[in-house]
Design a binder for this molecule. Structure first.
Ligand code: PLP
Length: 456
């Protein structure tokens, strides 16, 4: 077996030619989406006014374990892939742990995160279908940036509804989106009916991802040649993100690395779902015994404290109903939460795997997450995104546990992005002004009260 380098990069000839679709091997499938209009399972025709045709096919594909990555998308990926699988030797040393720690780093592109993996695919398919413009929402801004880059590359107009607090907190993020040609509208806005309604009901609101999704969907429905695209949660997004898992899987096979534990942060679940997908397929078939762990913020705890229920993907209740772990589409995360991952729901695929006991979930408070982020930055060099730092925190906790038990576990985690645009949050942590917010049971009940009646 080849000696393990500090950073593992696959050769071009070793790059995956297909995405992975774990649904093809799941013993039970996630529930189908339900159309709120008919109360029946959504068909491709129900989804066509909102989504691109090829993406709908991927969304509903539960049978093909491998989905070929078109040549054009593979050549886009060549601009920034493969991403490195890094052995965290310095972190291991700093923690004095017998554990071996690896991380797959997705922040090596200008958008700064894994989101570009799906943006490239979604814009390619939209272009292929002859569409002329796209709308989307962005929270922390990574998705809007990634999509703007992909739209510039393929020649597609883009309108980004950016959660108002993020647009205010991250003016540079907005400027990057605009540099690549995307138009940014802080949400809620007065440009849509749903935005005007939300503003009337909550005048001072800083917005939420759910509101921004409703606005972007409304605009897509009302604009000729326009479709809505989403950066997480949906099955096709998770499928695109399996490029992360496919590369990691190939690198592990090449160097004989056998992870005992795979950890990822979970907002809507796409990076974690993408990272674990091929490993999970093996696990389901009894070929490994990996402990899969989702890490979420204590302030937005959809897996650890949410309900497994049919819910809308957006605050305006325009999406199909998806069965997922959710805090209710009306849940509004605390505005003092700086660490991203503020979506109310979770990927239906991950939700099903979690519900059926194939993986675990833990939650972390944001000050603990930033403490881990700063430690990681100082020893490993890379400045991690706050979202990614949830995974760092869990990996470090496990490595410390290994120091106490003497176990030489192999821990692998997804490092989804860089933190360059999150310096306000880092500063708050360093100044000691960052606070933790954990919703009370009553806060959560208010969100659950917004779940659609279909559940009762
Ligand atoms: C969007 C984002 C996440 C969370 O999204 P998932 O769909 O859960 O992967 C995590 N890390 C970074 C850097 C992000 O931009």
């Amino acid at each position: 077996m080849a000696e393990i380098p500090y950073k593992i990069f696959l050769e071009e000839s070793e790059m995956p030619k297909a995405w992975h679709n774990v649904r093809a091997v799941m013993k039970e499938l996630p529930d189908p989406f339900i159309s709120p209009a008919t109360g029946k399972a959504c068909t491709a025709d129900d989804l066509r006014p909102v989504f691109c045709d090829d993406l709908i096919a991927q969304e509903l594909n539960t049978t093909d374990e491998y989905i070929e990555i078109p040549e054009e998308i593979r050549s886009f990926y060549k601009m920034y892939r493969p991403s490195p699988l890094v052995r965290a030797y310095n972190l291991e040393k700093a923690l004095d742990t017998p554990a071996k720690i690896y991380y797959k780093f997705e922040g090596n592109n200008t958008s700064g995160s894994h989101k570009l993996n799906s943006a490239a695919a979604q814009v390619y398919y939209a272009k292929k279908q002859g569409l002329t413009s796209l709308t989307t929402e962005t929270g922390a801004g990574q998705w809007g940036t990634a999509l703007s880059m992909a739209c510039a590359f393929y020649g597609m107009d883009l309108t980004v509804y950016m959660v108002k607090v993020s647009a205010e907190q991250k003016p540079h993020r907005r400027a990057v989106i605009e540099t690549y040609g995307g138009k940014v509208i802080p949400s809620p806005s007065d440009t849509t009916e749903v935005g005007r309604r939300i503003l009337a009901e909550n005048p001072g609101t800083g917005g939420s991802l759910g509101c921004a999704i409703s606005e972007a969907m409304e605009t897509a429905l009302k604009t000729e040649g326009c479709r809505y695209v989403l950066g997480s949660v949906l099955n096709h997004v998770l499928v695109h993100q399996t490029i992360i898992g496919q590369e990691t899987y190939a690198a592990c096979k090449k160097y004989g690395i056998e992870p005992d534990m795979i950890i990822g942060c979970a907002g809507g679940g796409s990076n974690l779902g993408g990272l674990i997908s091929p490993f999970m397929a093996d696990y389901i078939q009894g070929k490994n015994n990996i402990d899969f762990v989702a890490v979420e913020p204590a302030s937005c705890p959809s897996l650890t404290r949410g309900r497994y229920a049919f819910d809308f993907g957006d605050t305006g209740k325009m999406t199909p109903l998806m069965r997922m772990y959710t805090l209710g589409s009306g849940f509004m995360p605390s505005p003092n939460h700086a660490g991203g991952l503020r979506y109310h729901g979770m990927s239906p695929i991950l939700s099903k795997l979690y519900h059926d006991g194939y993986m675990r979930a833990v939650s972390c408070e944001q000050t603990k997450v930033f403490e881990a982020a700063v430690k990681f930055a100082r020893v490993e060099g890379t400045l991690p995104a706050p979202e990614s730092s949830h995974a760092i925190k869990a990996a470090m906790d496990e490595a410390i546990r290994c120091r106490e038990t003497g176990e030489a576990k192999t821990i692998l985690f997804g490092l989804t992005g860089t933190g360059y645009f999150d310096m306000t949050a880092y500063q708050a942590y360093l100044n000691g002004t960052m606070t933790d917010y954990i919703p009370t049971d009553e806060d959560l009940e208010r969100g659950f009260a917004t779940l659609p009646k279909i559940n009762f």
